[in-house]
Design a protein around this ligand. Structure first.
Ligand SMILES: Nc1ncnc2c1ncn2[C@@H]1O[C@H](COP(=O)(O)OP(=O)(O)OP(=O)(O)O)[C@@H](O)[C@H]1O
Ligand SMILES: [Mg+2]
Length: 272
């Protein structure tokens, strides 16, 4: 297993953000995490990234306990967090992760890095804006730069927290096919958080549905589609049916229903 969580617990004060989480992600698998706000999706992702500690249980990557960030695990956030004073190719080359190794760097390393940066520029369709600054780019382009930067250190695991959340629907569709292409080329293992169930089903081989209060895994769905996805598959009956099932389950586990019932009672009790 690439990533393995066993009886994983995480608390923030009195809040149980992760309760007894058990999850295996296979090498080269694409797993998506969905669930109502506050169910612990970001917490689970950040814990795998090594940005959060955990209270109990075990969490491993390639069989080694995760004790902090590592170059084999790269994170992409919703907000692109590019350096505004660096142009596109500089942003890709000068990732903080690589800067750590600066002292041991040789000329050959520098050349290999610039070859990789050029390859990533082409892969992400950014070659024509290599010398542009982030402020001159659209949101979709900025996010492509952020993904290229994350890929620079050849991570085997890509952790993405609502990376396309700020993009319009058309740009998102393009990014979906791009990230699937990247995954095939780089043979990465991807864990991807989203609010968008259609996105989760289109990208994921499995969809992990989490539930809040306490944050936990509720259901794991296997997506009944071939590995090679096409946009037309979103219209297939099996896709539409699973989308409805997942949406209903999120609603049922969100606690919002009881909020609606409470509102109903309040309005009935209100003096007329
Ligand atoms: N740094 C923190 N300090 C205290 N509580 C936190 C912290 N981070 C998360 N939490 C709590 O942990 C729970 C899970 O939060 P998390 O951000 O993982 O949810 P999420 O599923 O990503 O939600 P959303 O869909 O809104 O992004 C929430 O109750 C949240 O308030
Ligand atoms: Mg979140």
């Amino acid at each position: 297993m690439k990533i393995s969580a066993r009886q994983l617990w995480k608390r923030f004060g009195g809040v149980v953000a992760l309760q007894d989480v058990n999850l295996d992600v296979a090498e080269n698998e694409f797993v998506t995490l969905v669930g109502a706000s506050g169910c612990g999706k970001s917490t689970l992702l950040r814990t795998i990234a090594g940005l959060e500690s955990y209270g109990a249980g075990s969490l491993t990557c390639d069989g080694k306990e995760i004790a902090g960030p590592g170059p084999e695990r790269a994170m992409v956030f919703q907000h692109y967090s590019l350096y505004p004073w660096l142009n596109v190719v500089e942003n890709i080359r000068f990732s903080r992760r690589l800067a750590v190794h600066t002292r041991e760097r040789t000329q050959a390393d520098v050349e290999a890095a610039s070859g990789r940066a050029d390859a990533l520029l082409r892969l992400m369709g950014l070659a024509h804006v290599a010398k542009h600054y982030p402020a001159q780019l659209s949101g979709g382009m900025q996010q492509r730069v952020a993904i290229a930067r994350a890929l620079m250190s050849r991570p085997s695991v890509l952790l993405m927290d609502e990376p396309f959340g700020a993009l319009d629907a058309q740009t998102r569709e393009v990014m979906h096919d791009l990230i699937l292409h990247v995954q095939r080329l780089e043979r990465s293992t991807i864990v991807f958080v989203t609010h968008d169930v259609e996105e989760a089903l289109y990208l994921g081989q499995r969809v992990v549905l989490m539930a809040p209060r306490p944050g936990r895994i509720d259901t794991i769905y296997r997506v009944p589609l071939p590995a090679q996805r096409t946009q037309a598959m979103k219209l297939e009956p099996a896709f539409v049916a699973l989308k409805r099932e997942v949406l209903e389950r999120i609603r049922a586990t969100s606690g919002m229903q009881t909020d609606f019932e409470l509102l109903e009672k309040l309005s009935q009790a209100a003096p007329t």
